[in-house]
Design a binder for this molecule. Structure first.
Ligand code: URA
Ligand code: CA
Length: 436
């Protein structure tokens, strides 16, 4: 087989065989195929697309390119969840204990934040003592014993995806549905999930800005799941504003605890109940979505899910007392209100701009090795549909540096992330569609 022939075939819009796709991915991972040939191949895929079978073959080839988690020693259906990227997306911290409390084993590998998006692993590290690195044996044993563990991605998982994603980033080939779908699904398959619930964000703050494209991406991923025998469903959700109120590591842990105490923001609570119900249903613990929904709602409101979070934190060496006293989490030295300049109704909140602002505050990393400040961030006091009077607080900055020029810059950036209009604005739709 010659790489150039495979590139030519895709250039001429012909489907590739399983063997040809394996050849490309194995060759690229090992270094036998150079970047310039993979660049040409990726551009050919960008223009000519892939069939459902090619996309599934590509996903499997990437999933096999490195280590794969073996969760077979854990009884039950392991259901994983993935979000296509969010700002202030606190859901994993809530869903992991919620779904585990329903008896669905959660063996979760999560990432760190980069750029304007946060990562679950950084958030968990804002809990004093919490260990995000466990050995394979410790990880499996903890899931067997208490039904849940959340660790950082370790070892050499999906190296093909890492390399290809880096290449796509600099060759204008990121925005290809088969390439995005296979990239996301390969990581889920390598981490051992039997079934997958996808939260595909749509809108301004999302990777996919239009509902149409979001549904196409969701369909491509659900189709991959079907082709490779892992039941997959996708929920298309709103990203015209950040989810919940808190953006920042310790602030989001606090928000997760409040949500598990039944006092969380309405949108975050509802999204967790919807995603959690789908996970419980796929995990075989309910016969219907309605039954699953009743189960997770009960577990959220009767304290069982919070108790499971406490158990999870304790098992991984963290200070479990924060589940009763979230005020013991790291707090920033200064709380600075951002005030509305005139009266109006919020029509949009630019999630990406707030993600960048939180990063500048120190909550996130511009590059992979930057240190982060776990205590800082932004808390929204107004969301889309809310009105504000002139001088009313629309957001609160949690800062460890109150130098006037810095404070002014961060305040301006936060204020300009809000769009105000006159008159009423409807609360945004949270769930747009379910793709199965
Ligand atoms: N997220 C991924 O993991 N991969 C992509 O290609 C795009 C978004
Ligand atoms: Ca949040």
């Amino acid at each position: 087989m010659r790489t150039v022939d495979i590139i030519q075939k895709k250039r001429d819009a012909q489907p590739l065989t399983t063997e040809e796709i394996d050849f490309i991915i194995e060759g690229y991972t090992s270094g036998a195929i150079p970047d310039y040939q993979l660049s040409a191949w990726a551009m050919a895929v960008y223009f000519n697309g892939m069939t459902a079978k090619e996309t599934a073959d590509l996903t499997m080839a990437m999933a096999r390119s490195g280590d794969q988690a073996d969760l077979s020693s854990i009884p039950g259906i392991k259901v994983d969840k993935h979000s296509t990227g969010g700002v202030g997306d606190t859901t994993t911290l809530i869903l992991a204990p919620l779904v585990a409390a329903a008896g669905v084993p959660v063996a979760k590998m999560s990432g760190r934040g980069l750029g304007h998006t946060g990562g679950t692993i950084d958030k968990l590290e804002s809990i004093e003592g919490f260990q995000v690195e466990l050995t394979k044996q410790q990880f499996l044993r903890q899931v067997q014993e208490i039904g849940v563990a959340v660790i950082g991605q370790s070892g050499n998982m999906t190296p093909a995806d890492k390399k290809l994603y880096g290449l796509r980033d600099v060759t204008a080939t990121v925005e290809s549905i088969p390439l995005i779908a296979s990239s996301i699904m390969s990581k889920k398959l390598a981490s051992g999930a039997d079934a997958i619930v996808l939260d595909v964000k749509t809108g301004n703050g999302a990777f996919m800005k239009s509902l149409d494209d979001s549904i196409k991406l969701a369909q491509a991923m659900v189709e991959i799941g079907e082709q490779v025998g892992r039941e997959t469903i996708a929920v298309i959700t709103n990203m015209e504003e950040p989810l919940g109120e808190a953006i920042g590591n310790a602030l989001e842990v606090r928000e997760a605890i409040e949500t598990l105490q039944g006092k969380g923001p309405a949108d975050l609570t509802e999204l967790c109940l919807v995603l959690g119900a789908h996970m419980v249903q796929l995990g075989g613990k309910a016969a219907s979505y309605e039954q699953a929904r009743a189960i997770v709602s009960e577990l959220l409101h009767d304290g069982s899910a919070l108790a499971k979070l406490k158990q999870l934190i304790g098992a991984q060496g963290g200070d479990a007392g924060i589940t009763e006293h979230p005020e013991l989490l790291a707090t920033a030295a200064y709380q600075v209100p951002v005030l509305a300049e005139e009266e109006g109704t919020v029509s949009q909140i630019d999630a990406e701009a707030l993600g960048v602002t939180a990063m500048l505050l120190g909550a996130g990393r511009a590059t992979k090795d930057d240190p982060i400040d776990l205590a800082v961030g932004i808390v929204l006091r107004k969301k889309v549909g809310d009105t504000a009077q002139a001088g009313e607080t629309i957001a609160e900055l949690h800062m460890n540096n109150n130098e006037p020029m810095f404070t002014e810059d961060i305040t301006q950036r936060t204020r300009s992330a809000f769009t105000f209009v006159q008159g009423e604005v409807a609360k945004p739709t949270l769930i747009y569609a379910i793709v199965t």
